[in-house]
Design a protein around this ligand. Structure first.
Ligand code: GAL
Length: 937
């Protein structure tokens, strides 16, 4: 990626609260407009705080709701969603929007959850998906992809004709959730303005009437002012920023190698939009996603995101990724990712909340609390020696937003000279604050604070939560017309009043509580916390007023009516709960909770934690070997004849005929080849080449004798220096194997990985073949070939779930397959393909969200790879050649939580091996959760 970006740079050089209330199911139609500062909904300024979510990476639609609720609970008011053409279209003209592809349901869920949607239907999406979202069949359609060429245009028109109507009917302009429509993706080289314009014209003709945006990668201002209003220019240009790069192995030493991460303004008549802002990373170097979460951890999230908030003036943010998910089936692009797309995101692949989630929550709540941030101009910043400062001011309200940042790794203590005050301030290393001054906070007037504002609500009186790093000093100054009464309910806070200003000084520690009354304003409860205590607050806005909750591990939703507060919440341990809300009674998940009223006016009670989980041992494995295709007498009469002599790939076949699997309609996973020739008896060597994409391999048999294996090639990716002989393997023919004058059969199993992306809009990358690209036996003039791949499109799992292994074709991966005659597993496998199957029953506690994983040994074996199917769903690949992953998420729903399940493992061994079987493990369990139905299997 990095190399690509540098190359690209060279190429280019040469050439609120109430404020941001979200949609709800019953909302009416709205208008969306914008100007330099922000988007406006019905004329009211909004700030968009979005988390990127890929439904296609979570094959259990009920869990989409879990993720959406978690994003909402962190203060996000939007999700950004790529729609993957490849995921919906297994063949030209065939589209599927049912089951795990039911994006209409996804958009409805977003509405129900109260989240706006930035819809990104591509057609090109990148996203480390196979083909960058292009269906593999597009490789055989003439016309350069991502251009206005006729063949490509006809193909993408068909996709947009299917996806646009779904998006259109969910626009905010029709009472739905879709707020922005994103065309293309980082379209910066080999561009074609006619195409870019046609995408927009097609959208408009298809009923899209929300503003159109695009995400630009390369600071070139593409499709914005550079192009003016010329063909292809979008209304709201977005910019992608990945300041931390993708070298997760360098997590501890990396700090902004790709720049300051300040989203550029590229057009004066539209708001600054951070279309993709780094919030995690792909794991290019197999460091593991915990390293990626470190690379983009809490300090990064504070330093860069808060910096961007003030320095850029952006009022639209989308964090990539909010939740990454899983490259199940063959949806992943092979070069940059393996099965897990955890991404080091704030919500991990097993749907658990990480430390970073709580930093997002602190920032998200703040953004909702300060509507004046939707309209600001740069202003003179107060100074603090040793610290970086910057400021913006709202020209209408005078509200100031002051960035204070510490770029060093050590804590810095200084004095901030601000609004006539000298305020002590300490920032830990790589920390940042956005401070607010001159702000009407409920019925109060905030003059200045060195504590950050988390949230503010009217709950019988004004309640405001401020916070700062544990042990650092804090000062908050509020204006009154006469001296108010200050009552410190808990913690240590000193106060003084002079000239109309009340000054509170304290050290951030735990949660101090201060009640202020009189002074000409309505009463206020000030809660002064630390990062941790502030992060423990949850907020929900209900028709009966706002609710603040502490002590649950998540707040999904709340309602307040007739003096009763009802929460839907998760708990990860038993413990105390505190609720600030307009009610006297409390129910949590439908259960009444006995409470008392605290001196702070909140309700206090206790909540039960989750019940204990017991998972069955996986100890009933059965085993069967396959690969009959390797045997000379195997009946391949119904296989496809591979006889083409040309293809649209820029890669020329090394021998004839063309054996590229896509040419014969086999687009995902394994393919088998059988080549026939008449032997002379003097042949010595089989020479093969296969391009599989990174991490692939192939196995070779001659007349039923296993000859060995080789790694598949990746050549024709512009990152890789030209290699005329990709994925080469030479195999010695044992003496006597080929009797003279007798027919011989060469059998080759190629493990194709996904397809390359098309990031640079070059057909060479995207049309790179998969499968054999060269095959010769010395002295043999011609081999006649047949090919076999995936049997059919799985009616529920789709076209990317299965490849063409014998067992996949015969249903060995499916739960209904009768394996009664299979012997108990010995786990000793020969070279070739062996299947292991185990049925097991789980009975997880109901009303509890348990995330189960399949865990293999940490020492990843060499020499074989394992493809994992749970109830027929291909959920991952394990092996040293694949990546560092040892734990595989089994999503609830695909995993029947109260019932019988079938695991099938296809072990593809390059040499005889002994397999260590995996076990089930719990990644997290909380009382609560969302109802999850079984996914059709
Ligand atoms: C961006 C791209 C995304 C994704 C990301 C890296 O450049 O727009 O689709 O590929 O990089 O994860």
């Amino acid at each position: 990626m990095k190399i690509r970006r540098i190359l690209l740079a060279v190429v280019l050089a040469l050439a609120g609260l109430a404020g941001f209330a979200a949609p709800s199911a019953a909302t009416a139609a709205h208008t969306v407009t914008y100007n330099k500062y922000s988007l406006m909904l019905d004329g009211r300024r909004i700030l968009v705080q979005a988390a990127e979510f890929h439904y296609f990476r979570l094959p259990s639609p009920d869990l989409w709701r879990d993720i959406l609720q978690k994003e909402k609970a962190a203060g996000f008011n939007a999700i950004s969603v790529y729609f993957s053409w490849a995921f919906h279209s297994p063949a030209p003209g065939q589209y599927d929007f049912t089951g795990v592809r039911d994006v209409d349901r996804l958009l409805r869920m977003a509405e129900e959850t109260g989240l706006w949607v930035i819809a990104r239907p591509g057609p090109y999406i990148n996203a480390e998906t196979s083909g960058g979202g292009f269906p593999a069949w597009l490789k055989t359609v003439p016309g350069r992809a991502r251009s206005s060429d006729a063949g490509y245009t006809a193909a993408y028109h068909d996709w947009l004709a299917h996806i646009n109507p779904i998006i259109a009917r969910h626009q905010v302009t029709r009472g739905g959730s879709v707020l922005l429509y994103n065309v293309e993706n980082e379209y910066a080289v080999n561009t074609d303005a006619v195409y870019m314009q046609d995408l927009q014209d097609t959208a408009r003709a298809g009923g899209i009437d929300v503003p159109i945006t695009t995400n630009d990668c390369c600071d070139a201002g593409s499709w914005s002012s550079t192009w003016g209003s010329g063909p292809g220019a979008v209304q709201i240009p977005g910019v992608d920023d990945y300041p931390q790069s993708f070298e997760c192995q360098n997590a501890s030493t990396t700090w902004g190698p790709w720049g300051a991460g300040v989203t550029e303004r590229v057009r004066d008549d539209a708001p600054v939009f951070a279309a993709e802002y780094q919030a995690g990373s792909i794991d290019l170097n197999n460091a593991g996603y915990e390293a990626c979460r470190d690379l983009t951890g809490v300090q990064y999230t504070k330093f860069f995101q808060k910096g961007n908030m003030v320095l850029s003036g952006a009022t639209g943010f989308n964090y990539y990724m909010g939740f990454g998910g899983t490259n199940w089936g063959w949806i992943g692009q092979p070069n940059d990712v393996y099965t897990s797309y955890d991404y080091g995101a704030a919500i991990d692949e097993s749907r658990q909340l990480t430390d970073k989630y709580f930093e997002f929550k602190r920032q998200g709540y703040f953004l909702q609390a300060v509507p004046p941030l939707t309209k600001t101009d740069p202003s003179t910043a107060p100074v603090a020696a040793g610290l970086e400062t910057a400021a913006r001011t709202n020209p209408d309200t005078g509200t100031q937003f002051v960035l204070v940042r510490n770029g060093s790794t050590e804590a810095v203590s200084s004095t901030l000279a601000w609004n006539g005050y000298s305020l002590p301030v300490t920032l830990p290393g790589h920390d940042a604050k956005v401070l607010v001054g001159g702000f009407d906070l409920g019925g109060q007037r905030l003059v200045a604070s060195t504590s950050e504002l988390l949230t503010t609500a009217f709950i019988n009186r004004d309640v405001a939560v401020f916070y700062g790093a544990e042990g650092t000093p804090g000062t908050t100054v509020l204006r009154y017309s006469n001296a108010p009464t200050v009552k410190v309910l808990s913690g240590t806070v000193s106060s003084s009043y002079s000239n109309g200003n009340l000054r509170l000084d304290y050290t951030h520690s735990g949660l101090a509580r201060v009640l202020i009354s009189g002074g000409g304003h309505r009463p206020m409860l000030l809660l002064l916390g630390t990062d941790d205590t502030a992060g423990s607050f949850w907020r929900a806005d209900t028709a009966g007023g706002p609710v603040l909750v502490r002590g649950t591990s998540l707040l999904r939703s709340a309602s307040v009516s007739h003096g009763s507060i009802a929460l839907q919440a998760d708990t990860s341990a038993p413990g105390a709960v505190e609720v600030f809300g307009n009610g006297r009674d409390l129910t949590v998940n439908g259960r009444p909770i006995s409470t008392r009223t605290s001196p702070s006016g909140s309700l206090e009670g206790n909540l039960p934690g989750p019940r204990a989980i017991s998972l069955p041992a996986l100890d009933g494995w059965k085993q069967a070997a396959e690969a009959p295709e390797a045997q000379p007498r195997f009946d391949d009469s119904r296989w496809t004849v591979a006889g083409k002599t040309s293809s649209l790939s820029t890669f020329q076949p090394l021998t004839q005929p063309v054996l590229f699997s896509d040419e014969y309609g086999y687009h995902a996973g394994s393919v088998w080849y059988r080549g026939r020739f008449t032997a002379t008896g003097s042949e010595t060597t089989v020479s093969l080449n296969a391009i599989t994409g990174k991490r692939g391999d192939y196995l070779v048999w001659l007349n039923g004798r296993y000859l060995g294996s080789a790694a598949g090639g990746v050549q024709a990716d512009s990152d890789v220096p030209a290699n005329p002989s990709p994925g080469a393997g030479k195999f010695t023919i044992p003496a006597g194997l080929l009797p003279a004058g007798k027919p011989a059969v060469l059998s080759v199993l190629v493990q194709n990985m996904g397809n390359n992306d098309d990031w640079t809009a070059e057909d060479s990358r995207f049309r790179q073949p998969r499968g054999l690209v060269g095959a010769a036996v010395d002295g043999v003039p011609a081999i006649s070939w047949k090919i076999q791949g995936r049997a059919r499109v799985d009616p529920v799992r789709g076209g990317l779930n299965n490849g063409g292994l014998f067992g996949e074709r015969a249903g060995w991966s499916l739960p209904g397959y009768r394996d009664g005659s299979w012997p108990s597993a010995t786990f000793a496998v020969p070279a070739g393909v062996t299947w292991l199957r185990d049925d097991f029953t789980v009975d997880l506690p109901r009303g509890q969200d348990t995330s189960v994983t399949l865990r293999f040994g940490d020492a990843i074996p060499q020499g074989y790879r394992t493809i994992i199917y749970l109830n027929g769903w291909m959920l991952g690949q394990y092996g040293a050649a694949i990546g560092p992953q040892t734990s595989f998420v089994l999503p609830a729903g695909v995993l029947r939580q109260n019932g019988r399940n079938t695991l099938a493992l296809a072990v593809i061994a390059e040499q005889p091996a002994t397999v260590t079987p995996p076990q089930l493990a719990v990644a997290g369990s909380q009382r609560g959760g969302v109802p999850v139905r079984d996914v059709a299997s």
